[in-house]
Design a protein around this ligand. Structure first.
Ligand SMILES: Nc1ncnc2c1ncn2[C@@H]1O[C@H](COP(=O)(O)OP(=O)(O)O)[C@@H](O)[C@H]1O
Ligand SMILES: [Mg+2]
Length: 217
């Protein structure tokens, strides 16, 4: 299997561990052998409160987030009492075994939970505004501009009938960013930044060309 290109990253990085085995203690990432990213000399923090000292610096603040599951499930909550702050320029990596609530946490922040799962308590502050339970039209103004999500599987997350370029353009156009020409150059820039080959060609390709191991992406 070929290695993904690694790049020097100047951002401060932290890890939030949602797994049961993590318990409630803060531990060093160096003692963790199975972490999939080379994060040296950093702390792993559990779902107990992680707070930034300076609230001015905080881009995203999650407090006592509880997301409830429908009745009759194995457990009542998908995530329970999660608190963390994400400062500007900081990268927070949320880890944990399958089913520990990583996707539900991300989807709760994006307001993309399925109807049967809901934020039952807690707050999600984005730039100081509580976005937990914000109506869809208000969230639409933030998604893809202030807060974004990169889904795991491009083949199910992207529209198979729209070209890669058109989908990048659409996100910018929806927020009234730039002109068709400037958006096109920005899209090419972004495709280059993530290391895709033949970006001019990729701009006009359909998402299936992005599949891993295709040789073209
Ligand atoms: N659509 C859903 N319907 C019912 N339960 C769900 C749904 N999505 C997630 N869950 C439950 O929520 C919990 C957390 O899931 P998830 O956030 O997907 O875990 P992870 O991303 O860490 O693997 C799991 O117990 C899972 O079964
Ligand atoms: Mg997941």
């Amino acid at each position: 299997m070929s290695q993904l290109p690694t790049r020097e990253c100047q951002h401060e990085r932290r890890v939030l561990d949602l797994s049961d085995r993590a318990g409630k203690s803060v531990r060093s990432l160096n003692s963790q052998q199975d972490v999939p990213m080379p994060l040296k000399g950093e702390d792993t923090l559990t779902a107990s409160s992680i707070q930034a000292e300076d609230s001015q610096d905080v881009a995203l603040s999650v407090r006592d987030l509880c997301v409830s599951l429908p009745g009759g499930m194995e457990r009542a909550f998908a995530v329970e009492n999660i608190s963390f702050d994400l400062k500007r320029g900081q990268i927070l990596c949320i880890i944990g075994e399958s089913g520990s609530g990583k996707s539900v946490t991300a989807n709760a922040i994006m307001g993309l939970l399925p109807k049967v799962i809901r934020v039952s308590s807690g707050a999600i502050h984005l730039d100081g505004m509580n976005i937990a339970g914000l109506p869809a039209d208000k969230l639409r103004g933030l998604r893809g501009r202030v807060v974004s999500m990169i889904f795991q599987d491009p083949l199910s997350a992207l529209n198979p009938l729209m070209t890669v370029g058109a989908q990048i353009d659409e996100a910018m156009a929806a927020h009234g960013v730039g002109t068709p020409k400037s958006r096109r150059s920005r899209a090419i820039e972004l495709l280059t930044e993530v290391g895709l080959p033949d970006v001019q060609l990729m701009y006009h390709q359909y998402p299936f060309r992005l599949r891993v191991g295709s040789g073209s992406a």
